[in-house]
Every structure is written in C-alpha cells, then in structure tokens.
Design a protein around this ligand. Structure first.
Ligand code: URA
Length: 261
C-alpha cells in the first residue's frame, strides 16, 4: 500500500529542504501536487501515487535505501555531531543518486544502523529503514558481527575457550559466547596478533573490553560483517555503495536466531 504522509514531511525526507523552507517554497507557488499548485504543505499525500513536483520537476518517492559504508577512522557513527564529521556527512559529500530520477539531491532521513567507535573502521549499514534497523539491533536477535582486530599484549592460552564460554568483563558484565580465531596463520595467543572475533551482542566498546579482560589491548579494529552482510573489500575507507537486491533480501530474511558460533 502507498504511504500517506504529510507533503512537507515527504519533501523533507526526499531532501528538498527543511520543513520551513518547504513551507516558504509552497507560498511562492513552487510546489505542485497532481498538476495543482499547493500553498499549504500540512496536507497528506499518497507517497508513490500522487505526483509531486518541485519547480516543475517530479520528486521521486523512494521508500527505503540501503548503503554499505566502509567507515574510516576519525568519523563518528551518528547523523549529527558538533565536533566531528559524521558518517552521514561523509555520505552526503557525494549524495546517492535517487533511483527513478527526480530532483532529490540530498535526502534527510538516512542514519547508521548501530555504532562503531570513532577509531573503528569497516562495515556500517546506512539506511532509512527503521524497521530493519530495529531487527538488526534487537538484543533478542543476536545478529553475528565479525571483526578483524590487531592486538598487543599476551593472550592467555585459554583465550579461545574463555571466548566460547562467554567472558565476564571487568565491570562484571557476563557476555554471550563469542568466537576467536587467529588471522595471521599463527596462534590466537601470539602477540602482537591479528585475530578475527565474532560477537552476538553490541555492547559499548565490547571487543576492546573483551581483550582488556584478558590483559590485551586492541590497537586496530575493523568490522567485516554483520549478519549476512559482508564488507565489500573493494570499497576504500570512506567509500560507500548501494546494497544489491540480494543483499537487502538476505538481511530482511534473517533467521530468528542466526549464529555462526
Ligand atoms: N567493539 C568495540 O570495542 N568497538 C567497536 O567499534 C565495535 C565493537
């Protein structure tokens, strides 16, 4: 079913301007719905069915968009920040093209699904699909997240077993089982080491705190995958691309309790 939505909301979501700018545009006769100039923007339209024009050009309605960003270090996983560049600022430096054309230079409803620390790199899903984000982040769903980590310090011999059993952090937080594997052809407890870690939760600084609990320090962290979605290694840090239809479908059909552990 097509979505009923306020005209100013629709135009703001599609990136035409702020709601007050859109009100001003309407007063100046720059907005049309189904060929009729509208002066008031608080009325509802059927997004996807009614034809909305801004300065004579059709504003295409795009329901949901999905992008994979290779997040670089130094950028925060937020939509706005007073101090640092955000992942959304980064995407909007080269705004996505809206499929179907129309004049939608910058849509305003994109957000990152979950957070990576400012110094963490790698896979970040950017979307405006709140429902999918909610499902991916729900603590009940235990979506696997896989990370590459470079660590210093000496891991205990039983590190892998302790990960599998569920570590207890220094503040007493008991974690779900996680998986640890060596990435450099060596052993997990070789230091400094390169390891891959799979976790099923998303607690604050979780991977760093897990290694701290074992007396080590993470000096580099990169997310490789989230559920079925795997980082496209052809994306350089800071680059993004739309998800393929297959990638979106796979994310949407997540098992209730997926786990590779
Ligand atoms: N765990 C961390 O410690 N940091 C991240 O950014 C993600 C997982």
């Amino acid at each position: 079913m097509d979505k009923k939505i306020r005209l100013d909301r629709f135009l703001a979501d599609m990136g035409v301007g702020t709601r007050s700018q859109i009100r001003d545009m309407a007063k100046k006769g720059r907005i049309e719905v189904n060929g009729v100039t509208v002066r008031k923007t608080d009325e509802k339209i059927q997004a996807g069915r009614d034809i909305v024009r801004w300065d004579g050009e059709e504003v295409a309605y795009v329901k949901a968009e999905y992008y994979m960003l290779n997040k670089p270090s130094g950028v925060v996983s937020a939509t706005e920040d007073n101090l640092h560049e955000t992942v959304i600022d980064l995407v909007m430096k080269h705004p996505p093209k809206i499929p179907g054309g129309g004049q939608s230079p910058k849509r305003k409803d994109l957000f990152p699904v979950g957070r990576l620390d400012i110094d963490t790199e790698g896979l970040l899903l950017i979307t405006n699909d709140g429902e999918l984000a909610h499902r991916l982040l729900s603590p009940r769903r235990h979506v696997d997240k896989r990370y590459f980590a470079r660590i210093t310090g000496k891991l205990p011999e039983d590190a892998r077993k302790r990960f599998e059993e569920g570590l207890t952090l220094s503040d007493g937080t008991k974690l779900l089982p996680a998986h640890l594997e060596a990435r450099d052809g060596g052993k997990e407890n070789q230091c400094p080491g390169e390891v891959a870690v799979t976790i099923r939760e998303g607690k604050f600084h979780q991977v760093k705190r897990m290694f701290e609990a074992l007396g080590c320090r993470v000096v580099y962290l990169k997310r490789l995958s989230m559920g079925s979605l795997v980082l496209d290694e052809s994306l350089k840090p800071g680059e993004y691309r739309p998800l393929s239809e297959k990638e979106v479908e796979e994310l949407k059909t997540l098992e209730k309790e997926p786990t590779g552990l």
